[in-house]
Design a protein around this ligand. Structure first.
Ligand SMILES: C[S@@+](CC[C@H](N)C(=O)[O-])C[C@H]1O[C@@H](n2cnc3c(N)ncnc32)[C@H](O)[C@@H]1O
Ligand SMILES: Nc1nc2[nH]cc(C(=O)O)c2c(=O)[nH]1
Ligand code: SF4
Ligand SMILES: [Mg+2]
Length: 206
C-alpha cells in the first residue's frame, strides 16, 4: 500500500472568502504551516512555525472537508506559504471529490496548476514571484501599506500578459484608515484596479 502523505496544517475552517474576486462565497480553508517570507504585517504569523503535531495525512485532511459540511463546493489552500509543499497529491484527491480548488500564494515558488481552478498571487517585495507564475495567475492582489506600494503594484501588473487576470489593491489592515482614501483615489484614476477589503475581518469571522 502507498504511504499516505502528510502536510503541516495549522487550521482548517469553513467560512466566507473575504478577499479578492470570489469575496462573499462560502469556502473551506486549509491553512498550511511554514513561510519563506515573513512579512512584518502578516496577519497569520502563527502559521510560520511548524511543529510535529501539525502534520496531518491527506486521508484525514479530505475526510475533515467531507465531514465538515456536505455543501462545501470550494476549497481554498492558503498558509503560510502553501506552495512550499508538493500540493499535487492533495489537490488531485480533492479534485476527484469535485471540489473547486483555489490557491492563495506569494508566487515565490513554482505552482503546479493542474486541477487548480483559481490562483491568487499576492507578491511580496522581499521575495518576488518567479516569472513563470505570472502566466498562471487569475488574480493579482497587491497589499497597499504605504504610497510606494502603488508603484510596486504597477510593476507587478506589467509582468502579466493575460487580459483576463483581475487586478486588486488590498489595504494593509493595520493601516486601513490612513491608506483607504488613497486607494480609493488611486483606483478612480487607474480603473484597471479593483479594491479588495478583508471582509472576514469586518464580519469578525475566521
Ligand atoms: C496570510 S497570506 C497566505 C498566502 C501567501 N503566503 C500570501 O501571502 O499570499 C493570505 C493573504 O493575506 C494577505 N495579508 C496578510 N496580512 C495582511 C494584512 N495585514 N493586511 C492585508 N492583507 C494581508 C496576504 O498578502 C495574502 O494575500
Ligand atoms: N475568510 C477568510 N478569507 C480569506 N481569504 C484569504 C485568506 C487567507 O488567509 O489566505 C482568508 C482568511 O484567512 N479568511
Ligand atoms: S508571505 Fe503570506 S504568510 Fe508569509 S508572511 Fe507574507 S503574508 Fe504572511
Ligand atoms: Mg487570512
Amino acid at each position: 500500500m502507498k504511504k499516505d502523505i502528510s502536510y503541516p496544517i495549522k487550521e482548517s475552517f469553513y467560512s466566507i472568502q473575504g478577499e479578492g474576486f470570489y469575496y462573499g462565497i462560502a469556502a473551506y480553508f486549509i491553512r498550511f504551516g511554514g513561510c519563506n517570507i515573513k512579512c512584518d504585517w502578516c496577519d497569520t504569523k502563527e502559521s510560520w512555525n511548524i511543529e510535529k503535531k501539525d502534520f496531518i495525512s491527506i486521508h484525514k485532511i479530505i475526510s475533515n472537508v467531507v465531514n465538515n459540511n456536505h455543501k462545501i463546493k470550494t476549497v481554498i489552500i492558503t498558509g503560510g506559504e502553501p506552495t512550499m509543499w508538493n500540493l499535487f497529491p492533495l489537490i488531485e484527491k480533492l479534485k476527484k471529490k469535485k471540489y473547486r480548488i483555489h490557491i492563495e500564494t506569494s508566487g515565490s515558488y513554482p505552482i503546479k496548476e493542474k486541477y487548480v481552478d483559481w490562483i491568487t498571487i499576492s507578491p511580496k517585495k522581499i521575495k518576488l514571484p518567479i516569472q513563470e507564475n505570472y502566466k498562471k495567475i487569475n488574480e493579482l492582489k497587491i497589499i497597499i501599506s504605504d504610497e510606494n506600494d502603488f508603484l510596486f503594484a504597477e510593476e507587478q501588473a506589467s509582468y502579466i500578459k493575460s487580459t483576463n487576470c483581475f487586478l486588486f489593491l488590498q489595504p494593509e489592515w493595520n493601516n486601513i484608515s490612513w491608506i483607504l482614501p488613497k486607494i480609493v483615489s488611486y483606483i478612480k484614476k487607474n480603473p484597471k484596479w479593483r479594491i479588495s477589503l478583508q471582509i472576514h475581518k469586518i464580519l469578525n469571522i475566521p
